[in-house]
Design a protein around this ligand. Structure first.
Ligand SMILES: [Zn+2]
Length: 250
């Protein structure tokens, strides 16, 4: 018998905090999760595992960041408003994030007055923040809605298809069956191939555009940032189509 076992990450929601989101460029509510590394047997794990860290996910843009929970006064189950959440969970946010908030104010006021080095670093920032998300998606075989539908369609093709055509053409035999099987496999393979492209279009480009828009980056600056990501070996540098990002920025 084939035994599948190993370690896997286990996530447990702890509560909410207020924090700064570098994609939204403002303070938002975040869901905080404990990340544990637990042993699994057939992908079923027992317990929450050894502590591997914590992550926070922005309630507005759904981007996840690794976080240090020591900076929060507490992590709460719920809060009536963002202002209350901020007071309860991160009351000294203004002090801790002072430099970043001052920089954000400069970006909002006059992004073109920032120095060339500042602009380059700020434009590269969102690409770096989203690089891991792209890396992770390209390494996995996660199914999206369309791939799921293709699987259902493939199942229908392989069952109802041959039955219907054999009723119409009784002499078809195995060739008909084979034809439908090839068609079904081709449909699923095609959808799996374009699923990653869809992920870039739906889950990465809009976030990049959101984070970059206030900086009003030029085409040259965007090209330079992408080239830098490519040189560093990040998939986002290869998979991102610049015209798609430019279209969303303008
Ligand atoms: Zn956000």
């Amino acid at each position: 018998m084939f035994i599948i076992w190993g370690k896997k990450y286990v996530y447990r929601k702890i509560g909410f905090v207020a924090d700064f989101c570098p994609i939204c460029r403002t303070v938002h509510a975040f869901v905080v999760k404990r990340v544990g590394l637990a042993g699994h047997l057939y992908y079923i794990s027992a317990g929450e595992g050894e502590l591997a860290g914590f992550e926070r996910t922005c309630e507005s843009c759904a981007t996840t960041f690794v976080t240090d929970t020591d900076k929060y006064r507490e992590i709460v189950k719920k809060s009536p408003s963002l202002a209350d959440l901020r007071t309860q969970t991160f009351p000294d946010l203004d002090v801790v994030m002072h430099d970043r908030l001052a920089l954000e104010a400069r970006i909002a006021k006059a992004p073109m007055l920032l120095s060339r080095d500042e602009r380059n670093a700020l434009i590269l920032g969102p690409f770096m923040l989203l690089a891991q998300k792209v890396e992770k998606r390209y390494a996995s075989t996660d199914l999206d809605k369309e791939v799921g539908l293709a699987l259902v369609a493939a199942l229908v093709l392989m069952t109802a298809g041959p039955a219907a055509s054999l009723a119409l053409f009784p002499d078809g035999g195995p060739a008909v069956m084979l034809g439908f099987m090839v068609l079904a496999l081709a449909l699923v393979a095609w959808q799996m191939m374009v699923a990653k492209r869809r992920f870039m279009t739906r889950k990465v480009v809009p976030l990049l555009a959101k984070a970059l828009r206030p900086l009003k980056p030029s085409d040259n600056e965007l090209q330079a940032a992408l080239a830098q990501m490519r040189q560093a070996g990040h998939k986002i540098g290869i998979k991102l189509k610049l015209p798609e990002l430019q279209a969303q920025l303008h």
